[in-house]
Design a protein. Structure first.
Length: 356
């Protein structure tokens, strides 16, 4: 009997121990998974929040870097050309007289067929002028040189204003700069008087291209650039340039081209002379200038006088191209005065865009 009581008590004690262990495990698990009372759970959640925050921050920074890189790539790809394009325009009536009373609203200007907004209009005669004067000193015009020089000097005295500048080149076996750019005409006249004719062959297109490049480098900002040539245009020796190369240099340098051919009507007897005059007409038409063929040396003054009058009467239109890319390509220009179809306009046919 005593043995049975002792066994029963042992079983009761083991049962109570198991109950306490079970309750302890239950309390421990409850404390772990109870969000209101568990420090461990709070730490667990906090750790996850920190990880998520850091992960979001990394993603945001990567996104910003990607957007920045994309924006930089875009800037490198799309290059905006915001240069002011200036277009000298000569306007005459049916009788050839200059027309002076036009405003910006009278003109309609297009680039590659797209209308452009004219933002500036220089009054005729106000723009500064930078002239490169080219004397042909070769055998084909040897006998006419003295007449050419005297007429050219009178042209400078008539055409140049105090702030205008002139440089002088000779056309011979190679281009030669005999008078670097100088403001005023005194030094230009002295340099011209020192030129002597030769019987060299003619590198005509090389000389025109060289003069255009020189004006591009030396002309004052905003000045009108003008190449004036006294020559028959018969190219015999140009090593580096054709008529198309010379035209491209004139257009790249924003130069007007004027020529006076002292040979007169006799050129019609010679195919070479006719082609040479045709080349000078092409250069003049492409740039908004003019090519003159006087009847004789006595008419040289009249031809120079027309150039001087033309330069004084030109409007200077300015616009910012709507084309967005600075791609270096040629852009065609057309100018009209829609309300005055009776007027005659001369302007350059286009220009080469800058390349950034």
């Amino acid at each position: 009997m005593k043995t049975e009581d002792r066994g029963s008590r042992i079983e009761d004690r083991e049962s109570r121990i198991e109950d306490r262990e079970s309750k302890a495990r239950h309390d421990l698990l409850s404390s772990i998974f109870n969000p209101r009372s568990s420090t461990i759970f709070a730490l667990f959640v906090s750790s996850w929040l920190i990880v998520l925050t850091l992960h979001s921050s990394v993603i945001a920074q990567q996104s910003k870097r990607t957007q920045k890189s994309t924006a930089q790539d875009s800037v490198e790809t799309i290059k905006i050309d915001s240069s002011l394009v200036e277009v000298p325009v000569s306007v005459t009536d049916a009788a050839g007289r200059p027309v002076h009373n036009l405003t910006a609203r009278d003109f309609h200007l297009e680039e590659n067929g797209m209308p452009q907004q004219i933002v500036s209009l220089g009054d005729p005669g106000e723009a500064r002028v930078e002239i490169a004067l080219l004397f042909d000193i070769t055998a084909s015009v040897f006998s006419l040189f003295q007449f050419e020089r005297q007429a050219a000097l009178r042209f400078l005295q008539e055409a140049l204003k105090p702030n205008d500048a002139v440089s002088i080149f000779t056309i011979g076996i190679r281009p030669r700069l005999v008078r670097p750019r100088a403001v005023g005409i005194d030094r230009a006249i002295r340099a011209a008087m020192g030129i002597e004719p030769t019987k060299e062959p003619t590198a005509f297109f090389d000389a025109v291209a060289e003069a255009a490049r020189y004006l591009s480098k030396t002309a004052a900002p905003g000045a009108k650039r003008v190449v004036v040539v006294i020559s028959d245009g018969e190219d015999m020796l140009s090593a580096n340039n054709t008529v198309h190369d010379a035209m491209k240099e004139l257009q790249r340098s924003d130069c007007l081209f004027y020529s006076i051919n002292p040979s007169g009507p006799s050129i019609r007897l010679n195919k070479i002379s006719l082609r040479a005059q045709g080349d000078m007409i092409s250069l003049a038409s492409a740039t908004g200038g003019a090519a003159f063929l006087p009847d004789g040396v006595e008419d040289l003054d009249e031809a120079f006088g027309q150039i001087a009058s033309d330069l004084r009467a030109q409007y200077l239109l300015g616009y910012y191209s709507t084309a967005e890319r600075a791609d270096g390509r040629f852009r065609q220009i057309s100018v009209r005065v829609p309300r005055r179809p009776d007027l005659r306009l001369r302007a350059r046919q286009g220009y080469y865009a800058s390349r950034i």
